[in-house]
Design a protein around this ligand. Structure first.
Ligand code: OOG
Ligand code: MG
Length: 247
C-alpha cells in the first residue's frame, strides 16, 4: 500500500524548506485516486497545524493552462486561510512562484449539489492565484500535481460584486504596469459557472460540501507567468475592477 501520509509529508517539507523535490511518480506509481488521497493527507496536516479551509480551486479549466502544463484533465485542490494574500506575497518563502488571473466566487450558503451551486453564490470578483509547484522545474504528471494540491500557494480576490454573468469577462494581468497576459473568462470551460458547478460536484463526491464564506477559484483563463521579487502585479477584470499585489 502507498503510504499517502509519507508522500504528503515530502511535499510539506519541500514547501517548508523552500526547496523543490523530484516528482513523486519518479519513485512511487500513483493513480488519480491515490493522488487525491495524498492531497487530502496534506490538507489534514495543515488543519492539524491550525489552518482552516477557505475554499476550493479548480485547475486546468482552460486550454491555455492545459497547453502550458501539458496536462489535459480538470483537477481541483483546497484553499486554506493561510494561503490568503492580502496585499503582498513574500516570494522568498516560495520556490518558483507564478501568478495567474482568476475569476472568484463567494459562496453564500452550503452547496449540497452541483445544481445548487449558482443559486448559492453571494458574490463574484476578479482574483489572482500564486502557484508554486513543489516539484523541480515546475514539471509533473497529472497525479503528481493533484497530490501537490494543484500547485496552490497563495491567492487574493478584489472587491466582491453581486452575482452576475461572468461568462465573458476580459482579463488583464500586468506586472509593473506592463501587460503580460490577456484573456477572457470564456476560456474557462466556456463559462466559469461550469467550473463552479464542477467544484460543487467534486466536493460532494469527496464527501464535502462548499461552505458559506468559502471562495471558489474557477481556474486561470491564461497561462501563468513567473512572479519576480519587488514586483507590482495588477489583475483587472472588465466590469469587476482590479486586484493588486506586491512582492
Ligand atoms: C496547476 C494549477 C492549475 C489553474 O488555474 O489552471 C491552476 C499548475 O499550473 O501548476 O491553478
Ligand atoms: Mg489557478
Amino acid at each position: 500500500m502507498t503510504d499517502v501520509d509519507a508522500l504528503a509529508a515530502r511535499l510539506e517539507e519541500a514547501a517548508r524548506n523552500v526547496r523543490a523535490i523530484p516528482k513523486l511518480t519518479d519513485d512511487t506509481p500513483l493513480d488519480v485516486a491515490t493522488a487525491y488521497a495524498v492531497q487530502r493527507a496534506g490538507i489534514e496536516r495543515r488543519r492539524r497545524a491550525g489552518e482552516r479551509l477557505a475554499g476550493v480551486k479548480m485547475g486546468f479549466t482552460s486550454r491555455a493552462k492545459m497547453a502550458q502544463m501539458g496536462v489535459d484533465d480538470v483537477i481541483w485542490g483546497l484553499l486554506t486561510d493561510r494561503m490568503i494574500a492580502e496585499s503582498s506575497v513574500d516570494v522568498s518563502r516560495l520556490i518558483h512562484p507564478r501568478i495567474e488571473p482568476e475569476i472568484a466566487y463567494l459562496i453564500g450558503r452550503e452547496v449540497r449539489s452541483a445544481a445548487e451551486a449558482e443559486a448559492a453564490v453571494a458574490g463574484v470578483a476578479v482574483g489572482f492565484e500564486v502557484l508554486d509547484s513543489r516539484y523541480a522545474d515546475f514539471r509533473f504528471t497529472l497525479p503528481d500535481v493533484i497530490a501537490d494540491n494543484a500547485s496552490a500557494a497563495r491567492f487574493g480576490v478584489g472587491t466582491w460584486h453581486p452575482p452576475r454573468d461572468v461568462s465573458n469577462i476580459g482579463l488583464l494581468l500586468e506586472i509593473d504596469g506592463r501587460p503580460v497576459q490577456t484573456g477572457s473568462s470564456a476560456a474557462i470551460l466556456g463559462d466559469p459557472a461550469r467550473a463552479l458547478r464542477a467544484a460543487a460536484r467534486l466536493a460532494t463526491g469527496a464527501g464535502m460540501t462548499l461552505q458559506p464564506g468559502w471562495i471558489v477559484l474557477a481556474g486561470a483563463a491564461t497561462a501563468a507567468v513567473p512572479l519576480p521579487e519587488d514586483a507590482h502585479v495588477r489583475v483587472t477584470g472588465a466590469g469587476l475592477g482590479s486586484v493588486e499585489v506586491t512582492t
